[in-house]
Design a protein around this ligand. Structure first.
Ligand code: NAP
Length: 477
C-alpha cells in the first residue's frame, strides 16, 4: 500500500494490486489468533504521514492494525485497485515490449510497465513434516489460519513452537484450556512489555496537537534504534548493551517462573538478538499454572491423539496448534516465479549465488522491478521504517526515469556487487557473526548460513541513502 501511495504521488496511478488473500491488511488480516498484538509501539508502527491518534494501547491489538490498514486503503483510494483472492503464479519480463507479464493461477494475464513485489517476509506458513501427523484425529490449527469460532475452553491442547507467535498465544490458551503442553525446541529471549492503555485524554491531545504524538514517535524510534544498531548491528563494539538486554531477560524469567528446572529449560543458550526476541509480561508466568507443561524433549512422531517425544512421553490431546512459523528462504524469496532479462530466474539466482539486492530493493537483470521484501532490505525494528525508505527510493529513481524520458531502469552489476560487499562487511560486526548464534535456529540465517534479512545500517542512514543514492548506479534506456 505504501508503494501504491508513492506511485500515486508520482502520477503513476494506473496501478493494480494483486492480493492472494480475500481482504487487505497482510499479516494483520491473516493472523487472527488470540493475544495477537504488535510489539513495536503503535505510534512508531504506522506510516509517519498517516498517524493514528486513537491507538487504544501503546502496543495495539491486531484488530486495530487491521482497521488501520483499512483506513489507509480507503483514504488513499487503494481498495478499488485491489484484486483479492488472486494468486500470482509468475512474472516474466517481456523484452520486446519492455513490460512485465504477470500470470495468475486463474489464468489471467496482466501487463505493466513496472512490477512491485510486496509479498512480505512472513507470508508462507510452515508446517514441519512430522511423522504421523495425518493420523491425528483431533483438530490441527496453524496460527496463520485461526478459525474465528475456535473455542479451546476445557480442551487438551499441545502447541508446537515457541517463537513470537507462541509467546502471545500461550497465555491465552493457558487461561482456558484444561491442559496445555508447550513443545519447545529452542528457548526464546523474552523481555517485559511496557504496555498500557492510552487514556482518552492523551488520544485527544494526539489528535488536537499532532506534534505531541510525533515527539512520542521520535523518542520510541530512538530507543528502538539504539537497541538495533548498538545491541545487534554493532555487537562487536558494544557488547555491554547486548548483555544488558540478556540480563533483563534473565531477571524477567527469574522473577516470573517459580520452578528452577522450568526456568533453566526456558533460558536461551545463544546471544540476545541472534533470533527475534519477544516482549511479554504473561508468557513466562503461564508456566506456573498447573495445567501448563513445558516439553523440551524433541518430537518423534504424532499419533491419533498425542504428540510423542523421543523419550517416549505422550500426553493425550484433542487439539494441536502449530506455531511453527514461516518458510522464508526456500519458497518466499521470491514468493512466485520471477523471470527477468535473458530468462534469468530470480529465485534460482538468489539460491545458487547469494541472496542480494541493491539497497534491498532492485536486482541486475530485472529491469523496472522493485522487490520490496528483499535480502538486506529490513531496516530498524518497525517495518514502517523500511517501507517509507523504500518509498523514497522509488520516488528518486522513478523521478529520474521520467526526467530522462526513459522506458526502463536497471541497477548495474557493479553497484549491486558493491552494495553486497558493503553490507557483508558491515554485518561482520553484528551479533549474527560476532556473537554466539549457532544454537539459535534463527530464521534470520538462510541456507548459506548468511544473515541476509537485516540491513546493517541505522535507519537514518537507510533513509539518507534512499534519497541520495547515486542515480548513476542505474542504467536507463
Ligand atoms: P518462528 O519465530 O519462526 O517460530 C517458529 C517456532 O516453531 C520456533 O520455536 C521453532 O523452533 C518451532 N519449530 C519449527 N519447526 C519445528 C519442528 N520441526 N519441531 C519443533 N519445533 C519446531 O515463527 P512465529 O512465532 O510465527 O514468528 C515469526 C515472526 O513473526 C516473528 O519472529 C516476528 O517477526 C513476527 N511476529 C510478530 C509478532 C508481533 O509482535 N507483532 C507476533 C508474532 C510474530 P526453533 O526455534 O527451534 O526453530
Amino acid at each position: 500500500m505504501g508503494a501504491a501511495i508513492e506511485l500515486d504521488r508520482l502520477g503513476l496511478s494506473d496501478t493494480v494490486i494483486l492480493e492472494r488473500e480475500d481482504d487487505l491488511g497482510g499479516t494483520w488480516h491473516v493472523n487472527r489468533y488470540p493475544g495477537l498484538a504488535v510489539d513495536i509501539a503503535s505510534m512508531t508502527y504506522s506510516y509517519s504521514f498517516e498517524p493514528n491518534p486513537y491507538w487504544s494501547r501503546l502496543f495495539a491489538p491486531g484488530a486495530e492494525l487491521k482497521q488501520y490498514a483499512e483506513h489507509v486503503a480507503d483514504k488513499y483510494r487503494l481498495r478499488e485497485r485491489m484484486r483479492f483472492s488472486t494468486v500470482v503464479d509468475a512474472a516474466c519480463w517481456d523484452e520486446e515490449n519492455s513490460w512485465w507479464r504477470v500470470t495468475t493461477a486463474a489464468g489471467e494475464v496482466y501487463t505493466g510497465r513496472y512490477l512491485v513485489t510486496a509479498t512480505g517476509f512472513l507470508s508462507q506458513p510452515y508446517t514441519p513434516p512430522f511423522a504421523g501427523i495425518d493420523d491425528f484425529t483431533g483438530r490441527i490449527v496453524h496460527t496463520t489460519d485461526w478459525p474465528d469460532d475456535l473455542d479451546l475452553t476445557g480442551r487438551r491442547v499441545a502447541i508446537i513452537g515457541t517463537g513470537a507467535t507462541s509467546v502471545q498465544l500461550v497465555p491465552e490458551i493457558a487461561a482456558v484450556a484444561d491442559e496445555l503442553t508447550v513443545h519447545q525446541r529452542t528457548p526464546i529471549w523474552v523481555v517485559p512489555k511496557p504496555d498500557f492503555p492510552i487514556p482518552r485524554l492523551m488520544q485527544r491531545m494526539f489528535a488536537a496537537i499532532p506534534v505531541t504524538q510525533r515527539i512520542g514517535r521520535a523518542i520510541n524510534t530512538t530507543i528502538l534504534e539504539a537497541l538495533m544498531v548498538i545491541g545487534v548491528l554493532r555487537f562487536r563494539q558494544a557488547k555491554p548493551l547486548n548483555r544488558m538486554a540478556a540480563v533483563l531477560g534473565r531477571v524477567h524469567l527469574r522473577l516470573s517462573v517459580h520452578d528452577k528446572q522450568t526456568r533453566r529449560a526456558l533460558t536461551p543458550h545463544y546471544d540476545f538478538g541472534c533470533k527475534r526476541p519477544t516482549f511479554s509480561n504473561k508468557y513466562f508466568t503461564a508456566f506456573n499454572q498447573r495445567n501448563v507443561h513445558l516439553e523440551t524433549s524433541p518430537i518423534d512422531h504424532i499419533t491419533s491423539d498425542a504428540v510423542v517425544t523421543v523419550d517416549g512421553h505422550a500426553r493425550p490431546i484433542d487439539t494441536l496448534v502449530l506455531a511453527t512459523g514461516f518458510n522464508i528462504w526456500d519458497v518466499n524469496f521470491p514468493a512466485f516465479e520471477v523471470i527477468g532479462r535473458e530468462g534469468k530466474n530470480l529465485g534460482k539466482w538468489w539460491r545458487d549465488a547469494r541472496f542480494q539486492a541493491y539497497e534491498g530493493i532492485t536486482m541486475p537483470m530485472f529491469p523496472n522491478m522493485f522487490s520490496l521484501n528483499s535480502p538486506y532490505s529490513y531496516s530498524g525494528l518497525s517495518y514502517f521504517t523500511t517501507i517509507e525508505a523504500q518509498m523514497k527510493h522509488m520516488a528518486r529513481l522513478l523521478g529520474e526515469v521520467r526526467r530522462r524520458g526513459a522506458r526502463t531502469f536497471e541497477v548495474s552489476e557493479q553497484a549491486n556487487r558493491e552494495f553486497l560487499d558493503h553490507v557483508t562487511d558491515r554485518l561482520g560486526d553484528s551479533v549474527f557473526y560476532a556473537g554466539r548464534c549457532a544454537s539459535a535456529h534463527s530464521y534470520y540465517f538462510n541456507q548459506h548460513s548468511e544473515a541476509a534479512l537485516l540491513r546493517p545500517t541505522s535507519t537514518i542512514t537507510t533513509h539518507r541513502e534512499a534519497s541520495r543514492f547515486p542515480l548513476g548506479d542505474y542504467l536507463y534506456s
